[in-house]
Design a protein around this ligand. Structure first.
Ligand code: C5P
Length: 231
């Protein structure tokens, strides 16, 4: 894995034009993009094909939570587009995660990542939905469930990465959003951390969004992150 491939830039935009402007600007500085539901819905799947055709890797953040048959179909569609990563909610349970993993087998580069507890949630948010565990306990429980279901890794906050690396072993991918540079506003991330802290704790990849894409100079912002990582 090239060091720059540890950094995934989230294209959280409402149009293909806005997304491609940033991709063009970043050029060789970034080869791994996350496309979420907003951009996929607004721009359509052709954007994914185009990003892949230009040599980029795409993390398709579908956050699937559906019946297993529908999850499998969506994972196959992601694989057909050439995506490298796709997400499924671990809260949906073993059957949907196993269905995703089975569907991904036809696409050798496609990795299924499980979402545990989204980084904006706190313990009291969990209590509100009837989960009487701490965030840490719930993250660990869901990560183990995902691992047992055959998922290739998990999405986790920087603060959870060390715990999860210990629990899951060295092979699992641990992808951490909620990354902010020191001194930069932490927006709505409840469990943020710096890129360096996330990687040192055992993350395999970090996801950065607005601190790069909304920066006055996205290339400079990405270089700051790389400098923080020492890569
Ligand atoms: O905050 P930022 O713009 O860096 O967000 C990048 C990605 O991180 C988003 O696309 C979102 O999926 C994820 N994120 C998250 N929890 C938050 C905020 C963002 O998982 N609280």
């Amino acid at each position: 894995m090239e060091s720059t491939d540890q950094i995934i830039v989230a294209l959280d935009f409402d149009s293909r034009r806005a997304a491609e402007q940033v991709v063009d600007l970043l050029g060789d500085e970034c080869r791994f993009y996350k496309v979420g539901l907003e951009l996929l819905t607004a721009a359509g799947p052709d954007l994914i094909r185009s990003l892949v055709a230009k040599g980029n890797e795409v993390f398709l953040d579908l956050k699937l939570f559906e019946i297993p048959n529908s999850v499998a179909g969506a994972v196959r569609a992601a694989g057909t587009l050439g995506a490298s990563m796709v997400t499924v909610h671990a809260m949906g349970g073993t059957d949907i995660m196993a269905a995703a993993v089975t569907a991904a087998r036809d696409f050798p580069r496609l990795r299924v990542l499980a979402l545990t507890v989204v980084t904006s949630m706190t313990g009291s948010d969990l209590a509100d939905i009837g989960v009487n565990a701490s965030t840490e306990e719930q993250v660990l429980r869901l990560a183990r469930l995902a691992d047992d279901a055959g998922c290739h890794g998990v999405i986790a906050s920087p603060q959870e990465a060390a715990h999860l690396r210990h629990a899951l072993g060295s092979d699992s991918l641990i992808v951490t959003p909620g990354v902010t540079l020191p001194g930069v506003s932490q927006a709505e991330h409840a469990r943020p951390g710096t890129p360096r802290a996330a990687m040192a704790a055992g993350a395999s990849h970090i996801v950065v969004g607005r601190s790069v894409t909304r920066a006055e100079d996205p290339v400079a912002a990405l270089r700051l992150i790389r400098a923080d990582l020492g890569v």
